[in-house]
Design a protein around this ligand. Structure first.
Ligand code: C2O
Ligand code: CU
Length: 480
């Protein structure tokens, strides 16, 4: 049986609200009553079999003993109450990535709440306004805590489920393992901070190195991809298959084939695909990740069973998902602000001299300065208490942020508490004007994003390559 099914059976879902004790696992898609969610998440050291039974287990940090943590699944408009208990050796929080929650529930340590100290707990409670594919992760010591396994999927169901044969969640993880299976130390090293971040050597789907994924000819899958890696960018090519993108970062988009047939996912980004299994019984096809030059690898093999095709004729194209509840920005009257990304190796600012400059850069880092900046402001991870907003926006007004990546590196830039439309890229109108919460900016790219600042509070605005975030590419935008 396919690993994703095993994982979904393992996940603890609560149908119907109320107490969680003794909850039976229910088949997906049933239970119209499964609207609310009430759970306890214990963040603690645990063990995971990432590579399968014939390899050593890995000491991880996990929620309720699982990595990814329990899948949160509720209906649009549903209410969630999760008590997070910290049994880690350091403080933590949980951020509900992409969900437009009240500021006090956002999980940004020092900015929206004091961090949860070891042996303490914190209750998150909010209503989910929008359907879609989201995820959760700590926002304290993020590079290490996510890198050790703390993250999980958060699925908000549409009122009418999209008609598919299987609705699958693939949480993509990336780990740096030693040969004995343990997680390599050396988090937040300045060399990696100033370059592409800590890329691992072991990629997992739902916490397991995948091999084959069993599919049936003729079936239609909804595949919810979540990049939960600390730094790795994916570009997935589906050999001999034509995925259709139906949502990005949880938000519906006009169904379309991905650019060049490849699905690009920076850290924290999600894509919902409709994938029709058009292969013959008994055949197979690979999903290959081609992002890093010279480092392509096969993520997983789609292996068709011998069963006869599920249906004779191919299905019609899927309909567009119903829109979510974000207010439409008024582009003509929007106020405009520039946001400039600087820093890193080979970029002309701070560490521009290449290797010769690096010693200085490292000393600078150790001395408390940072390697990256947003609008010239650099706040290394430990200094969240000092953080002052780089922008103050007026509640209810429309804004365009013109983001200019002046560095030689990719940056997935994430805004908390809001989704934004991508309006232009390098001066060209964006084809789908997609709603995102994290926009992947290639080196030297400029893009414009637009949104209504409708959610009051101080919101983190940062790069989601977690080493970059901790190395200064992090700021706060205030909606007042
Ligand atoms: Cu997914 Cu500020 O985070
Ligand atoms: Cu970055």
């Amino acid at each position: 049986m396919a690993f994703a099914n095993r994982v979904s059976r393992r996940s603890l879902l609560l149908a119907g609200g109320g107490a969680i004790a003794g909850v039976a696992l229910r088949p997906r898609g049933l239970g119209a009553a499964s609207g609310d969610l009430e759970k306890r998440f214990v963040a603690a050291p645990g063990q995971a079999s990432l590579s399968g039974p014939s390899y050593p287990e890995t000491a991880v940090w996990a929620y309720n003993g699982q990595t990814p943590g329990p899948q949160a699944r509720l209906r649009q408009g549903g209410h969630l109450r999760i008590v997070v208990e910290n049994q880690l050796p350091q403080d933590t929080t949980i951020h509900w990535h992409g969900l437009r929650v009240p500021n006090a529930m956002d999980g940004a340590p020092y900015v929206t709440q004091p961090p949860i100290q070891p042996n303490e707990s914190f209750t998150y409670e909010f209503t989910v306004p929008d359907a879609g594919t989201y995820w959760y992760h700590p926002h304290a010591h993020s590079a290490e805590q996510v890198g050790r396994g703390l993250m999980g999927a958060f699925i908000v169901k549409e009122p009418e489920p999209l008609p598919v044969d299987r609705d699958l969640v693939w949480v993509l993880g990336d780990w740096r393992l030693e040969t004995d299976g343990s997680i390599a130390g050396g988090f937040n090293n300045p060399m990696e901070i100033s370059m592409s971040g800590r890329i691992g050597n072991t990629v997992t789907i739902n916490g397991r190195v995948p091999d084959r994924f069993s599919v049936r000819s003729g079936e239609r899958l909804r595949l919810r991809l979540i990049n939960a890696a600390p730094a790795r960018i994916f570009r997935l090519e589906f050999k001999r298959h034509q995925p259709l993108v139906i949502a990005l970062d949880g938000q519906p988009v006009e169904p379309h084939p991905p650019e060049d047939g490849q699905v690009m996912l920076g850290p924290a980004m999600r894509a919902d695909l409709v994938l029709d299994m058009t292969g013959k019984p008994g055949s197979s096809a690979a999903i290959v990740d081609t992002f890093y030059k010279g480092l392509s690898y096969k993520l997983v093999e789609l292996a068709y069973t011998d069963e006869p095709p599920l249906r004779a004729k191919p299905l019609a194209l899927p309909a567009k998902l119903p829109p979510n509840t974000m207010p439409e920005p008024d582009i003509a009257n929007a106020r405009r602000h520039d946001v400039t990304l600087t820093g890193g190796m080979m970029s002309g600012m701070g560490m521009g001299g290449g290797m010769g400059m690096m010693g200085g850069g490292m000393r600078g880092m150790m001395g408390g300065s940072a390697m990256w900046a947003m609008n010239g402001v650099a706040v290394p991870g430990g200094d969240m208490e000092q953080m002052k907003p780089i922008l103050t926006l007026t509640r209810g007004k429309s804004y365009i942020l013109a983001i200019d990546n002046q560095t030689a590196w990719h940056h997935p830039i994430h805004l908390h508490g809001h989704s934004f439309r991508v309006i232009t890229r390098n001066g060209q109108p964006a084809k789908y004007r997609e709603w995102l919460d994290t926009v992947l900016m290639p080196p030297r790219e400029r893009c414009e994003i637009a949104f209504v600042a409708d959610n009051p509070g101080d919101w983190m605005f940062h790069c989601h390559i977690l080493d970059h975030q901790e190395g200064g590419m992090m700021s706060v935008i205030r909606v007042a």
